[in-house]
Design a binder for this molecule. Structure first.
Ligand SMILES: Nc1ncnc2c1ncn2[C@@H]1O[C@H](COP(=O)(O)OP(=O)(O)O)[C@@H](O)[C@H]1O
Ligand SMILES: [Mg+2]
Length: 179
């Protein structure tokens, strides 16, 4: 029992950080060089946990953390390189030049797969072909969040953009019942 359940097309329910990492592992198994994955969701939603799962599936070296000073950390040694970006500190109105200063153009769409936390404002700039994953704390109808014990589960929503993005989204949907 992994705590990860597919609850609809492109929609998953994750009841623990391990389950979100497991989702990352499912994704990592499908990633190829040049793939771009945008991760959105508020602070603490689970973007980095998901990235850890991707790194595990690829066999990438080094610990995946929320980079505080670096906007970009590349992990080699796995099936393909993994480029982990966190654009939290970039202004949402930033353009291609600022993305370049963050190192994005050195890696996005090049060798390896790119995972971009806080990438939503820049999604179109980064790549026309991409997988967009949103993580959100589950809101239970009728429940007063102040009375909920512990952490809410997370809802993981997947959207494929462009033919490669759509193919990745389909591949994940076909994972139903695979674990
Ligand atoms: N279902 C879940 N999925 C992911 N993280 C969870 C879940 N439930 C609780 N957590 C906790 O939420 C936090 C997520 O942190 P992190 O992945 O760094 O978020 P982000 O990168 O989105 O800011 C961790 O402390 C983790 O233990
Ligand atoms: Mg993070």
């Amino acid at each position: 029992m992994s705590g990860l359940e597919r609850v609809g097309e492109g929609r998953w329910h994750s009841s623990s950080e391990e389950a979100t990492r497991r989702f990352g592992e499912l994704l990592g198994a499908h990633l190829e060089e040049g793939d771009v994955v945008i991760l959105e969701g508020e602070l603490g939603a689970g973007k980095t946990q998901l990235a850890k799962g991707v790194a595990k599936a690829l066999g990438a070296e080094g610990e995946v953390t929320s980079p505080t000073f670096n906007l970009l950390v590349s992990h080699s040694g796995g099936r393909i390189p993994l480029h982990h970006l966190d654009l939290y500190r970039l202004d949402a109105s930033s353009g291609a030049e600022e993305l370049g200063e963050a190192g994005a153009w050195d890696v996005v769409g090049e060798d390896g797969a790119s995972l971009v936390e806080w990438g939503a404002p820049f999604a179109g700039l980064l790549s026309p072909e991409r997988l967009e994953i949103a993580l959100a704390r589950e809101e239970l109808e009728g429940a007063d969040p102040r009375t909920l014990e512990g952490e809410p589960a997370r809802i993981i929503s997947v959207r494929g953009v462009g033919s490669r993005g759509e193919a990745l989204a389909r591949a994940l949907d076909e994972e139903e019942g695979a674990w």
